[in-house]
Design a protein around this ligand. Structure first.
Ligand code: B4P
Length: 192
């Protein structure tokens, strides 16, 4: 299975991605998590992107694409035969780059999960996470900026995938378990 999960910050991408991937026996590739791991480990990439992420800006496309393609080519992804990309692509340039990479590796996307959330709840969820996890980008200014960046750069991608017949829109409000069931029901209905 080859899937994407998209949605505004706080919609529940990362929250749902790993359990959805476990459910289907595929690998999750979360760009946000890969970036945070690099920052925590103090790698050259981590140093390059730390300030960008804290301010809620996107990491440059070239850097992001390269990181994702390396991961897509890794043995565990090949062995399991499927992946769920969480938080990628986020720009039209990333969509084009991913299209090229999938053609090169003779793989095709099967569905794009779009989490639909009530905007007022997004900020609330992220501020709650700030109290628990203390993520550098979970402060009021950065959250507002991330939501603006989402609308400017990422929301237009939904139409691209809708036109390709890949979009599966799921209501992301309510309990985490209920959202997960909605996602797997919608995917099973689409993919059979
Ligand atoms: P991400 O890691 O993708 O951050 P996010 O949008 O906040 O989503 P996340 O998955 O963490 O949170 P979720 O909605 O699950 O990106 C972080 C940064 O990395 C970006 O701002 C950017 O700088 C960079 N980046 C990542 N990908 C990039 C790309 N492709 N190109 C360029 N830059 C990129 O959950 C949020 C909170 O809601 C959690 O606390 C969760 O517990 C809670 N929650 C979730 N579901 C809930 C529910 N049903 N009910 C109540 N609470 C819920």
């Amino acid at each position: 299975m080859r899937l994407l999960i998209m949605g505004p910050p706080g919609a529940g991408k990362g929250t749902q991605a790993s359990s959805i991937a476990d459910h289907y026996g595929i690998v999750t590739i979360s760009t946000g998590q890969l970036f945070r791991d690099n920052i925590q480990l103090g790698t050259p990439l981590g140093k390059q992107i730390e300030a960008l992420i804290a301010a809620g800006n996107l990491v440059p496309d070239e850097v992001t694409n390269q990181m994702v393609f390396q991961r897509l080519a890794s043995p565990d992804v090949k062995k399991r035969g499927g992946f769920l990309l969480d938080g990628y692509p986020r720009t039209l340039e990333q969509v084009e780059a991913l299209d090229g990479e999938l053609v090169r590796s003779r793989r095709k996307l099967q569905a794009v999960i779009a989490l639909v959330a009530d905007p007022s709840q997004l900020v609330e969820r992220l501020l709650k996470r700030a109290e628990i996890e203390g993520r550098a980008d979970d402060n009021a200014d950065s959250i507002r900026h991330r939501i603006d960046v989402y609308h400017a750069e990422t929301a237009p991608l939904l139409e691209v995938y809708r036109d390709r017949g890949l979009l599966v829109e799921v209501d992301a409000m309510g309990a985490v378990e209920d959202v997960r069931t909605r996602i797997t029901d919608a995917l099973d209905a689409k993919l059979g």
